[in-house]
Design a protein around this ligand. Structure first.
Ligand code: NCD
Length: 341
């Protein structure tokens, strides 16, 4: 039986499936600005639900979601699992370390196996850029990219945008987007899918994005994506409204990219003194996991009035609920979202 579209913001978007016409969520690069705003607005109802004592609905009852993680994760895996369960779905986690991947099974064969089990959505994290797109081509259900190599991490960028929107609203700002805002992303830009997805997402929402890294950790030609490139962190921070710090992704580095962690901290670590050179109310973000004392000092990470790092984690569950809900609407026969598959 078809259910009605209960979207609280339905009037602001094209009707039904036109609001989000994609089967998969593979990257921010595939999304229009209004589609990003649609997912953010959809997530608001889940932020509310997650703050209640009983955090459960039956919207996805009877559906099976498989989280296939080929790379380590704490926040992303847990929050996708919690998101699926709070929506009433059956959630199964596949850890590559315990799977047949270790026995030499190809990614495609793993995808075909997951598909044969009739998953209703597959969430994938993989070390290779483009792996999630490859799997999406082989399966019949929606695929959500939970991070593919150095390419994209779309739900991270969406949750960052939602956390930022909430923090700005608490300061009395009413804008729905980030027009006029300057955001610095500092750290290992070269290896970071978070940086790429955030650059695309923040720009789509109107922000000016400054990328800051040592030359060896800045992708060549990134200016072509509209970013302002800095190698001097203090210069990048000047006048910035938000600073997002990134970890050194040593697991993706072959060879020496920085002289030493100490030297790196000296030039690119966010210290209290350095933050004082930005604005009085510059917000601090970090996707986690943090390496305290390297890219960020504890006294900055834990600043109650400036750091929104735990807020980012909170918003992660709500965003993943929104994505799972929206992407399974067709299969659930939600009115206006197409026939049940
Ligand atoms: C990020 C990732 O895995 O890309 N973490 C996350 O999802 N919260 C960033 C990182 O690993 O440094």
């Amino acid at each position: 039986m078809a259910m009605t579209d209960t979207s609280p913001h339905a009037a602001r978007y094209p009707a039904g499936a036109q609001a989000f016409p994609h089967r998969d969520l593979l990257g921010i690069g595939q999304l229009e600005r209004h589609e990003i705003l649609f997912l953010l607005d959809e997530a608001e109802q889940w932020v509310e639900l997650n703050r209640q004592r009983t955090k459960h609905v039956d919207a996805l009852a009877g559906l099976t979601i498989i989280n296939a993680f080929f790379e380590n994760s704490t926040r992303t895996l847990l929050s996708f699992e919690i998101a699926g369960k709070r929506l009433g779905a059956d959630v199964v986690n596949m850890h590559a370390a315990q799977s047949s991947v270790k026995k030499g099974e190809t990614l495609i064969d793993t995808a075909i196996t997951l598909n044969a089990m009739r998953a209703d959505a597959i969430v994938i994290r993989h070390g290779s850029s483009g792996a999630t797109g490859l799997i999406a081509d082989k399966v019949d259900c929606p695929v959500l990219n939970a991070g593919d190599g150095q390419h994209e991490h779309p739900t991270q960028a969406l949750l960052d945008a939602l956390a930022l929107r909430h923090a700005l609203r608490e300061r009395g700002e009413t804008a729905n987007d980030f027009t006029g805002l300057t955001v610095v992303i500092c750290g290992d830009i070269l290896h970071s899918r978070v940086a790429r997805s955030n650059l695309l997402c923040l720009q789509a929402l109107g922000a000016t994005v400054r990328l800051c890294a040592p030359p060896a950790l800045m992708p060549a030609g990134i200016e072509a994506m509209g970013a302002e490139v800095f190698h001097d962190f203090d210069a990048a921070l000047d006048g910035a409204d938000v600073v997002m710090m990134l970890r050194l992704q040593t697991e993706r580095m072959s060879g020496q990219f920085i002289p030493s962690a100490r030297e790196y901290h000296h030039l690119y670590g966010l210290t209290k003194t350095r933050l004082a050179g930005a604005k009085d109310d510059t917000l601090v973000m970090h996707p986690g996991p943090m390496n305290r004392g390297v890219e960020i000092d504890s006294e900055v990470a834990d600043m109650i009035d400036r750091s929104i790092i735990t807020r980012q984690v909170e918003m992660g569950v709500a965003i993943r609920m929104a994505c799972l809900d929206v992407l399974t609407r067709r299969a659930r026969g939600v009115a206006g979202w197409g026939d049940a598959a």
